[in-house]
Write a protein that binds this ligand. Structure first.
Ligand SMILES: C[S@@+](CC[C@H](N)C(=O)[O-])C[C@H]1O[C@@H](n2cnc3c(N)ncnc32)[C@H](O)[C@@H]1O
Length: 311
């Protein structure tokens, strides 16, 4: 039964939540989670605090803000763009329509990179890490924060995304630790730059799959962050082709990709001259969504690299 309160009544936290959840059931969403996120951000408290505050009346200004935010969610806008923030590992990142909302599976990609950094700690004392297509800066800033020895560089083809990422790096105290470059994949960095790790979550959805996407993704998130030509493979192909020139021998390439194309991308690399230890990893749902590979040791493509190979 709908239990809408007149707007001037003294509504409590529990009333507002109950009402919002009932209304959000009408849009494809996670009603409770969305309502709690919108209300807790409006009140400036943690989600867990809402339960403790259930019986507390909500002042009119907060009710109005919450109602306006709810209306935006009911119109399909993602919760993170409405509040302006998205949680990613230990970070609370500012996000807006210039950047993809960072996803939980990308947290797994960061975890996989951190595992390799830990395993290679003795060899890579100050690992140089390159995040291609940084968006909000999620991967780069998380790695900078969680691996203090890392020297992190982040790129994007979108100036707007770089503005968001720079601001996030500053607000998380990582402005000095992460450098940024604008440009098309590895064209953004100098031809002589070498990295121990290249990590990327590039666009990998085929434009033909657009209609199958949830509306709040298709209609709100930047298409330049979602779609890639050649059936979703064009950007992955470019990164896989260019990365060996910028990785040290034994360096890691870590990619997020779609489960439907993971084996195809792994097949390009399996047995190829430049790559060794090609491995697909599952996300929490058990789907192959990460590819890890090492740059094969041996003579590099460009003679300028040979000195480095012998070290
Ligand atoms: C899927 S989003 C990933 C954003 C962020 N790394 C994350 O995981 O949340 C892909 C990012 O790649 C950027 N991008 C798209 N094409 C690019 C290109 N040719 N060169 C560099 N970056 C590109 C987009 O602007 C977008 O920020």
């Amino acid at each position: 039964m709908l239990r809408r309160m007149p707007p001037n009544a003294s509504q409590t936290v529990a009333d507002l939540l109950h009402d919002a959840i009932e209304r959000l059931v009408r849009v494809p969403s996670s009603p409770r989670s969305d309502a709690e996120e919108l209300l807790s951000r409006t009140l400036g408290v943690g989600r867990g605090d809402l339960r403790l505050m259930a019986a507390r009346p909500v002042e009119a200004a907060h009710r109005d803000t919450f109602e306006a935010r709810l209306a935006r969610r009911l119109a399909g806008e993602p919760v993170q763009y409405i509040t302006g923030f998205a949680a990613f590992r230990d970070l609370d990142l500012a996000v807006d329509g210039r950047v993809l909302i960072p996803r939980p599976e990308t947290e797994g990609l960061v975890e996989a990179v951190l595992d390799v950094l830990a395993a290679e700690r003795a060899r890579w004392e100050q690992p140089r890490v390159l995040d291609l297509g940084t968006g909000s800066g999620a991967i780069a800033i998380a790695i900078a924060q969680e691996w203090p020895a890392a020297i992190v560089r982040a790129t994007d083809a979108s100036e707007g995304a770089l503005q968001v990422a720079r601001a996030n790096a500053e607000s998380h105290g990582q402005g000095e630790r992460v450098s940024f470059a604008h440009g098309h994949w590895l064209g953004a960095v100098g031809s002589d730059e070498r990295y121990e790790v290249i990590v990327s979550n590039p666009p990998y959805i085929s434009p033909a799959e657009s209609d199958a996407l949830p509306a709040d993704v298709r209609d709100w998130e930047p298409h330049s962050a979602l779609f890639s030509e050649e059936d979703g493979l064009a950007d992955l192909r470019e990164i896989v082709e260019e990365a060996p020139r910028h990785l040290v021998a034994g360096g890691l390439l870590a990619l997020e990709l779609s489960e439907s194309r993971a084996t195809q991308v792994a097949a390009w690399m399996d047995g190829a001259h430049d790559w060794a230890r090609v491995e697909l990893r599952d996300d929490l749902a058990g789907l192959p969504r990460m590819l890890l590979a090492r740059r094969e040791a041996g003579p590099a493509i460009a003679p300028a690299q040979w000195g480095e190979e012998r070290r």
